[in-house]
Design a protein around this ligand. Structure first.
Ligand code: TRP
Length: 331
């Protein structure tokens, strides 16, 4: 008999357009995992409203994100792909888990502290309990592994703590998940300020997956480098050039040594143009396929409806167990 595949859950907030960083750091890895694991890939729209969104933009980006997931090669047959707000069990489990999470624990989350500072005029309870909803996302599906960036590791660890605590009180209920930080999870930095992660809040330093080729070329042409001339990987002293090398390798599949050799003795101008070109060619088929899918609303609707159905079936099993264990009367 075939052993049960390990289960994976991950999600991205539709709070901004997907970037080259989302692709190279996350989605590309998801594609690589889809055959070996039993995967759920979610569009976490409920997390997105922890900071204020323009409703029409949120709706557009949610559908765009689904189209982009598929265009990147995620197969809706192999994976369960769905929109978080379509599966009400997330909110339901989140309430229960919130009653097993300490105020102090949530206060220590570094992302909360950062975001509270950035949105000082709108520090909501939702922003504070965001990690509890994330724990519900993961625990509902008994996920073994959670592919996330370094910045989300603390949330996955909190999720483990909450799950362990619940299991301790009520006997085994939840699988304890582990963060899965891919080795080759290229961490893409801003083109304008390579000390920061590439972020949609910094549109100049950020390449969006749906950017037109001319726009991509221009952004790379303006990328910050240094006053040296050598194309060499040295994150500490040459963060801009190193970031461009990372992107070039991720876009072409070449290794660092080969890339450095290729640009030895050539100027930064040439180098930046070549990186831009590589990214344009990598993104072109994805952008075109996403555009095509966005024109086929009925298809996308079918995907997210079916995804929600499959997700609900799994989620309901866990939620029923939880409600019983905490002492709720069966409906
Ligand atoms: N908090 C994650 C982020 O901002 C998104 C997210 C929500 C998530 N729920 C999740 C990631 C569950 C992994 C698993 O990147």
């Amino acid at each position: 008999m075939e052993a049960r595949k390990k289960r994976i859950f991950s999600g991205i907030q539709p709070s901004g357009d997907l970037t080259l960083g989302s692709y190279m750091g996350a989605i590309r890895n998801w594609v690589a995992l889809q055959d070996e694991y039993d995967c759920l890939y979610c569009i976490v729209d409920m997390h997105a409203i922890t900071v204020r969104q323009v409703p029409a933009d949120l709706r557009r980006r949610t559908l765009e994100q689904l189209a982009q997931y598929i265009a990147c090669g995620l197969d809706p047959q192999k994976n369960i792909m769905f929109i978080q707000s379509h599966v009400p069990q997330h909110a339901e489990l989140s309430w229960v888990l919130g009653c097993y999470t300490q105020f102090g624990e949530l206060s220590r989350m570094t992302q909360f502290k950062d975001k509270a500072q950035k949105h000082a005029d709108n520090i909501t309870a939702g922003l504070f309990t965001y990690p509890v909803l994330m724990a519900a996302d993961i625990l509902l599906y008994q996920a073994d592994l959670v592919p996330v960036g370094q910045d989300q590791k603390q949330h996955v660890e909190l999720c483990r703590d909450i799950a362990g605590r619940f299991n301790g009180v009520y006997s085994d209920t939840f699988t304890l998940p582990e963060p899965y930080i891919p080795k080759m999870g290229a961490r893409i930095m801003s083109l304008g300020n390579p000390a920061n992660k590439m972020s949609k809040s910094d549109p100049d330093g950020c390449v969006f997956m749906m950017d037109e080729p001319e726009v991509i070329a221009r952004k790379f042409k303006r990328a910050v480098t240094d006053c040296d001339t050598a194309v060499r990987y040295d994150m500490e002293n040459k963060p801009g050039v190193s970031n461009l090398l990372t992107i070039y390798c991720a876009a072409t599949g070449k290794d660092l040594a080969a890339a450095e050799a290729e640009f030895a003795g050539r100027g930064y101008g040439d180098f930046k143009a070549a990186v831009g070109e590589a990214v344009i060619e990598q993104m072109r088929p994805i952008r075109e396929e996403a555009r095509r899918l966005l024109g086929d609303k009925a298809y996308l609707e079918g995907v997210y409806r079916e995804g929600a159905q499959r997700a609900q079936a799994l989620a309901e099993r866990t939620l029923r167990k939880v409600y019983k264990k905490v002492g709720f009367v069966a409906r």
